[in-house]
Design a protein around this ligand. Structure first.
Ligand SMILES: [Zn+2]
Length: 214
């Protein structure tokens, strides 16, 4: 048997949601089902369970097209016929859903970014293995590591968390359909970094070349 019954605590939570949130908004859910989704924004965030995108923005069903992966990374445009989950999500959001905003959100204490830092500084040989999916995924952030200024490790890791957002924004523009949507002012790109412990958001300010607190 490959699939087992859902744990009881999840069944109870689902039944609670069905009896309250769903029951109180049934016409809205019916409308979403009939009319399809029309989200105004796509958010690319880390898989980290502490990055609670829907809670921070008070998101209702149908509002955000959300993609999550390790360290909120967008790979460069690479149409090689292989499997590209993140690129597929970006393509669908921009070309089909025609979202107006594409937001990349990094965060503090990111395990993926720390792994990249350790790998690049020679402290995580297991991530260098060709068979490490995490390691090969974190290769996307190597240009960020190489751009880090000298300093202590904690500061450099946090700087790399923010660079994961910048690298992703730069890579987004390597997708021809993203670049043309941005140039035609049909799409705006945004970079955010969430401090988990402080509950703050910092936004990438292109003109100042730094993150500023919202
Ligand atoms: Zn993370």
């Amino acid at each position: 048997m490959t699939s087992r019954p859902l744990p009881e605590y999840l069944v109870r939570r689902y039944q609670g949601w069905r009896a309250t949130t769903y029951a109180g908004n049934r016409p809205w859910y019916r409308r979403l089902a009939e009319e399809g989704q029309r989200p105004r924004a796509m958010i690319v965030a880390c898989c980290d369970s502490r990055v609670h995108v829907a809670s921070i923005f008070g998101a209702d069903s149908g509002e955000f097209f959300i993609h999550r992966n390790i360290a909120n990374l967008i790979p460069p445009f690479k149409p090689d016929g292989d499997h590209h989950g993140t690129s597929a999500a970006v393509e669908y959001a921009v070309r089909e859903l025609r979202v107006a905003h594409l937001i990349v959100m990094g965060h503090s204490q990111c395990g993926g970014v720390k792994g990249c830092y350790d790998m690049c500084s020679g402290h995580a040989p297991e991530l260098l293995e060709a068979t490490s999916f995490v390691g090969r995924w974190m290769d996307i952030l190597r240009p960020g590591y190489e751009a880090l200024p000298p300093g202590d490790d904690a500061e450099r890791v946090q700087a790399l968390e923010k660079l994961s957002v910048k690298v992703s924004l730069d890579n987004l523009l390597t997708f021809p359909f993203v670049r043309s949507a941005v140039e035609d002012e049909r799409l705006t790109l945004h970079g955010l970094w969430n401090d988990i412990g402080e509950g703050t958001l910092e936004t990438w300010d292109e003109a100042r070349g730094e993150f500023v607190v919202l």
